[in-house]
Unconditional design. Structure first.
Length: 566
């Protein structure tokens, strides 16, 4: 067999050229590392071959290996960095931090610190409406193009969703990037969360809300001064409530956290899962590979097994009522378009429903009480509204609750300041489309765009004055897209087109109605039953300090003191 022999100089040239070629192949074909054969061929084969050539010139095998690896990977990484920073890159003109332009590892590091929302906001303050936050990713806060990004003629979901799905099973709705498949799988969700379906769920919500209020009332005890109080973390109790309700609606019951206090540790498990997945969003191509490491993604797998277990049980049990699972799985067989949905897809729907619904409601409810307790005047106004609308009976009538203007203003203002998805609502041009227009700007295929709500919702050009402060009044003027209140002291500017807590377009939140009913009932009934204050000694500043952006907002404790109202 002919074995070529190369000089030392040619060996360097060989390894360097291979580095450039492999970059070109990766750029063209985007081979993920989970495709093991191409990965081995591209990343291991060239250094092995060039080691052989180096060894023809250098007697030490170790030095040959070192020279080969350093030259090949040096050329590969150098080529990647040079391209990402060069005028040839389609995002060359977009400003942003150098490290972010070079590698996604930069944003991964920021995400791991839990303050991505604040960081992205600081970037927009420095660079403007459009910021390059990754080699192939921009962040956009230009409300005039939100329709082009999220709307019906916008773009499908972006690559972060590849990281939030199990690559070994069917993706759940939220992670489907193909527009047609998404629209097919979205139909049962629309049915399950339609106004008429949600009406059927109201008695279940009311039952769980009363259980929450009664459990807290019975937990109150006389303190040293003879006052009957309950001191504790309200956010945990919202977690118990929310899980119990979603357990009823998705799995036909089975969770009883309000009764048993999360003895199985479901909430900490979900929290750990959320944290693990958050950092992975920046390296979606590595998810399948990383899922093999229990230390990195053990919680992801464990939560999935837990949710799949309940979903399987619910599927075998069948339903006695039309709950969410009934609609999602086409239990009555009435939907022809659902006949081909696999068991895997059904099970992942169960997991998705819990994840999408539980944490979102918990964090928003906790935020509402945090802001109300910080603003006792607004708390008193809301209590007055509740007492006026429900003077004698429990506040459980969803249609009257929906008509309470100040209640809605308080919820809106909380969702403005503390959106559930703070940063990563991401979209990317459809595969094969070549790109997409955002107004006058063309975004090439391969670029992803995020619309960071935390930044948009606090932008003074959309919400003023005091965009960082809690002022429910800004929502009380007319419903025009840009409004100013007649309040003499403050002229409010509220651009409702910039208010997107439930997103917009074909992938917006189908659970909005359900979430609002759940939240209004809890808020109203707790205000009817209890006087509420921060617990003595609670460090109020810790709430915002400890709040984290883990793709989904994560709130820490909210320690309060409850006293039964006379
Ligand atoms: C305060 C409560 C909630 C907020 C603020 C919220 C917010 C959101 C947002 C912003 C999205 C879209 C993300 C994007 O555009 O990329 C979304 C999607 C979704 N939400 Fe919610 N959500 C809440 C509660 C719920 C509830 C109670 C459910 C019911 C089960 C639910 C189910 C879903 C589903 C299934 C999706 C995926 C939709 C799709 O991909 O087509 N959410 N949510």
């Amino acid at each position: 067999m002919f074995v070529p022999s190369l000089t030392l100089r040619d060996s360097f040239l060989f390894a360097t050229t291979f580095g450039f070629v492999v970059h070109a192949i990766y750029k063209r074909y985007e081979t993920p590392p989970s495709d093991y054969l191409p990965t081995i061929l591209l990343l291991a084969f060239p250094p092995v071959v060039s080691t052989f050539f180096f060894h023809q010139n250098v007697s030490s095998l170790l030095i040959s290996i070192f020279l080969s690896i350093a030259t090949f990977y040096g050329a590969l990484l150098g080529s990647i960095v040079a391209y990402r920073l060069s005028p040839a890159h389609p995002l060359y003109r977009y400003p942003g931090p150098l490290a972010a332009k070079v590698s996604k590892l930069w944003m991964m590091r920021i995400t791991s610190q839990g303050k991505m929302h604040e960081y992205v906001r600081s970037l927009h303050e420095k660079y403007g409406m459009y910021v390059r936050i990754g080699p192939n990713e921009i962040s956009c806060i230009d409300v005039s193009v939100m329709h082009d990004i999220l709307g019906p003629n916008g773009m499908p979901k972006g690559p972060v969703w590849d990281a939030r799905r199990n690559p070994l099973t069917e993706p759940s709705l939220i992670a489907i990037r193909d527009t047609r498949e998404h629209s097919r799988r979205r139909k049962p969700w629309n049915r399950a969360l339609s106004t008429s379906a949600v009406k059927d769920y109201e008695p279940v919500i009311a039952k769980r809300v009363l259980q929450l209020a009664n459990t807290l009332a019975s937990a109150t005890q006389a303190d040293l001064n003879g006052k009957v109080v309950w001191n504790g973390d309200l956010s945990s109790w919202f977690g118990y409530y929310s899980f119990d309700f979603m357990g009823d609606m998705v799995f036909g019951g089975g969770f009883d956290l309000m009764r048993d206090k999360d003895k199985d540790g479901i909430r900490p498990l979900l929290r750990a899962r959320t944290k693990n997945l958050a950092s992975l969003i920046h390296v979606p191509w590595a998810t399948r590979f990383l899922l093999n490491f229990p230390s990195i993604t053990g919680n992801v797998r464990k939560f999935r097994e837990f949710a799949y277990g309940y979903a399987r049980r619910r599927k075998e049990m069948g339903s006695s009522v039309k709950d969410i699972f009934y609609h999602l799985t086409n239990e009555d067989g009435s939907q022809a378009n659902m006949q081909n949905v696999s068991v895997d897809a059904v099970l992942s729907s169960g997991e998705e429903a819990i994840v999408a619904a539980a944490d979102t409601v918990v964090n928003t409810l906790t935020g509402v009480f945090y802001y109300l307790l910080k603003h006792p005047r607004e708390l008193a106004r809301l209590r007055e509204e509740v007492d006026r609308v429900f003077p004698t009976e429990d506040a459980l009538d969803a249609s009257r609750l929906a008509g309470m203007d100040f209640m809605n203003a308080v919820i809106n203002e909380t969702l403005r300041l503390q959106p559930v998805i703070q940063t990563y609502m991401e979209r990317a041009p459809e595969k094969g489309s070549g790109g997409h227009w955002l107004g006058q700007r063309f975004i090439t295929e391969g670029t992803a765009v995020i619309t960071p709500l935390f930044t948009i919702h606090r932008d003074p050009s959309y919400f003023s004055p005091f965009p960082d402060d809690f002022y429910p009044d800004r929502w009380l003027s007319s419903n025009d897209s840009t409004t100013a209140s007649s309040d003499e002291k403050h002229k409010w500017h509220t651009n409702s087109a910039a208010f997107l807590p439930f997103s917009m377009g074909p992938a917006n939140c189908p659970g909005k109605n359900l979430a609002l009913i759940e939240m209004r009932m809890v808020i109203a009934v707790l205000l009817q039953r209890f006087e509420i204050d921060f617990e003595d000694g609670y460090d109020v500043a810790s709430y915002e300090r400890d709040l984290e952006d883990r793709f989904i907002t994560q709130v820490a404790q909210l320690r309060v003191s409850l006293r039964a109202r006379k």
